[in-house]
Design a protein around this ligand. Structure first.
Ligand code: SAM
Length: 251
């Protein structure tokens, strides 16, 4: 794999997993994982014909047509219940990833799935919130920079029966002194409960660019003098101050 982002996703997938890669495009991830023997078999799901054809060509070119099947369909509907134990969804917005997961959950397609490796391009907090709400344990996070873009990866595992897996992660020590439990959870969902524990260049890069965007919105709001704009501005100013403080407080 030439992409650092895809390599990092592949590294999260456990040995022996039966994989489903949803929105697989060229099927690079299943070809890599089955090719190197991490996964005995895989399904590559695609909703669009162009990428589906690209996936089929990639699988055939790698000589893996007997162990990777490309299927056309929306999200997790390409899966039969119990067929996969690991699902990867990468390179889409967080809102789309959440909608795929939620339809899959409602349709029973996540039964038997014990690992989700997710890489939202934006809206990471939506994905973390969905995982938390549905009792998935966020077991790890990675942030990396490739070709000037910053990517976040979330590795979620289904917890053992009776476990309350995220208590320590979203409860526990607050990111900033004086935050209420709810404010602290919101900030951790936004910035990542693991990512905020260790400084990295990619993290600093991401949040300096996010701060620039937020300050831009703040300036736009200054032009408007409605009560609503004033309330939005106060809220935004607080968010900006908290992000700055987290960056300053990092070890
Ligand atoms: N996963 C690959 C990666 O990370 O490099 C490809 C990412 S590509 C930008 C997103 C792919 O998701 C596109 O090929 C698109 O057709 C597919 N896609 C979008 N919505 C989908 C859905 N609901 N179900 C399946 N595939 C979908």
């Amino acid at each position: 794999l030439t992409s650092k982002r895809l390599r990092a996703i592949a590294d999260y997938v456990r040995e022996g997993s039966r994989l489903a890669d949803i929105g697989s495009d060229h099927a690079l991830l299943p070809v890599e994982l089955v090719g190197r023997g991490t996964c005995p078999s895989a399904v590559a799901g695609e909703v669009n014909d162009g990428p589906l054809e690209a996936a089929r060509r990639g699988i055939a070119a790698a000589g893996l047509a007997s162990s990777i099947e490309a299927r056309k369909g929306d999200g997790l509907e390409v899966l039969r219940p119990g067929e996969a134990d690991t699902v990867t969804i990468a390179g889409m917005g967080g809102a789309l990833i959440v909608s795929i997961l939620e339809s899959g959950r409602v349709g029973g397609r996540l039964e038997g799935v014990s690992q989700l490796v997710l890489q939202p391009n934006v809206g990471e907090e939506l994905v973390r919130a969905w995982l938390l709400e549905h009792g998935w344990h966020l077991a790890g996070e990675t942030i990396l920079e490739e070709d000037g873009k910053v990517y976040e990866l979330l590795n979620a595992l289904r917890p053992a029966e009776g476990q309350a897996p995220n208590e320590e992660l979203y409860g526990g020590e607050p990111l900033l002194p004086g935050l209420s439990a709810e404010e602290d959870r919101k900030l951790k969902l936004r910035m990542g409960p693991y990512l905020t524990r260790r400084p990295s260049e990619a993290f600093a890069l991401k949040w300096s660019s996010e701060l620039r965007k937020l300050r831009g919105i703040e300036r736009q709001l200054e032009r408007s003098d409605t009560e609503e704009a004033a309330a939005r501005k106060r809220e935004l100013a607080q968010v900006i101050a908290r992000i700055e403080e987290v960056l300053e407080c990092m070890p």
